[in-house]
Design a protein around this ligand. Structure first.
Ligand SMILES: [Zn+2]
Length: 275
C-alpha cells in the first residue's frame, strides 16, 4: 500500500513536470535524423511527410535521402522547416564503398555547389581506418571550408579519427554511437567541443522502462548543449511509427528540467543549424 502511494506520487509529479515543460503547447521538436529515400516516395508524398511532422509537433528537421532528390523534394515543399544535408549515396550500393570512391567524391563536390546543404551525411564509417583515404580527407576539408557539419554513423574511434584529420570540423554523431554507453559519449563530448550527438534509436536506452536511466540523466544534464532529438526513417516502414517515436522522446524529455528539455528538444539544433 505504501509502495502504491509512493508510485502514485511519483506519477503525479511526472505529470506536473510534463505540464510544466509543455505549457499549453506540446514541446516543439527538431528532428535531426530524417530520411526521405526512394522507397518511401510512392507511398508518401512530400505533403504527407509534412502532415506527419505537423501531427508530431516537429518544427524543424535535418533531412537526407538515398538518392539526394528526396531531400530536395522535401526542402522545396517546406524550406522553412526542412534543413537539407547531402547524403553521399547515389544508391544503396554506394553505402559500403563510398569513402574510397572517386566517383562519389566528384558527386559530392558537384552537388554541394547548390549551396543549400547544412551538412554532409548521414553516412556510415565501419571503422576508423575508413577515415584514412584521400577521398575522406577531402570530404572533411569540404565541410570545414563550407562550415557545414558531418553527420556520421560510426563508432567512437572513427569520430576521433575525423577530428585528428581536422579539429575544426563539426560532427553530429548519429544515434550517439548507436551502442556507445553514456561514459564513452561523455568522454568524447568532453574531449571535442565541436561534437554534437543526436538521439535517434536511443530512447529505450535513455529511459528503459519509462523512467530516465540515472547515467543518461547525468550525461544529458552535464552536456545539455550537445544533444539533439532524432528518429531515423531509414526505411518506409518507419513512417507509420513516426508520431509515436517523437512521443517516446517527449516522455523522457519531460522528466528533465524545463530549460534542459527545451535545449535538447529544439534549441540546440537551432543554434547548430541556424534554424
Ligand atoms: Zn540514418
Amino acid at each position: 500500500m505504501r509502495f502504491r502511494r509512493a508510485a502514485a506520487i511519483v506519477s503525479l509529479s511526472l505529470l506536473f513536470a510534463g505540464i510544466h515543460a509543455r505549457g499549453d503547447e506540446p514541446l516543439p521538436i527538431f528532428d535531426a535524423h530524417l530520411h526521405y529515400s526512394d522507397d518511401s516516395w510512392a507511398s508518401l508524398s512530400s505533403k504527407a511527410v509534412l502532415e506527419l511532422l505537423n501531427q508530431a509537433g516537429v518544427t524543424g528537421a535535418l533531412v537526407s535521402s538515398t538518392p539526394d532528390d528526396g531531400t530536395l523534394m522535401l526542402y522545396q515543399a517546406d524550406p522553412g522547416r526542412v534543413v537539407p544535408e547531402l547524403r553521399p549515396y547515389r544508391s544503396q550500393a554506394d553505402m559500403m564503398t563510398w569513402y574510397r570512391d572517386d566517383k562519389v567524391l566528384a558527386y559530392i563536390e558537384n552537388r554541394v555547389e547548390r549551396n543549400v546543404y547544412r551538412g554532409i551525411g548521414e553516412f556510415h564509417l565501419m571503422d576508423a581506418s575508413q577515415v584514412d583515404t584521400p577521398q575522406m580527407k577531402r570530404v572533411v576539408e569540404l565541410a570545414v571550408e563550407r562550415d557545414i557539419l558531418l553527420h556520421v554513423h560510426s563508432g567512437a574511434a572513427a569520430v576521433s579519427a575525423l577530428f585528428a584529420t581536422n579539429p575544426k570540423v563539426k560532427i553530429l554523431w548519429a544515434h550517439a554511437g548507436l551502442s556507445a554507453p553514456p561514459a564513452v559519449i561523455g568522454e568524447l563530448l568532453d574531449r571535442y567541443p565541436q561534437l554534437w550527438t543526436e538521439l535517434s534509436l536511443r530512447a529505450e536506452d535513455i529511459a528503459p522502462s519509462g523512467g530516465l536511466d540515472p547515467a543518461w540523466q547525468a550525461l544529458l544534464l552535464r552536456h545539455s548543449d550537445r544533444f539533439i532529438i532524432g528518429t531515423d526513417t531509414w526505411a518506409a516502414w518507419r513512417w507509420p511509427l513516426y508520431v509515436g517515436l517523437i512521443q517516446q522522446h517527449r516522455e523522457w524529455l519531460r522528466q528533465l528540467p524545463n530549460d534542459v528539455a527545451r535545449k535538447i528538444a529544439h534549441r540546440n539544433a537551432a543554434r547548430l543549424l541556424g534554424q
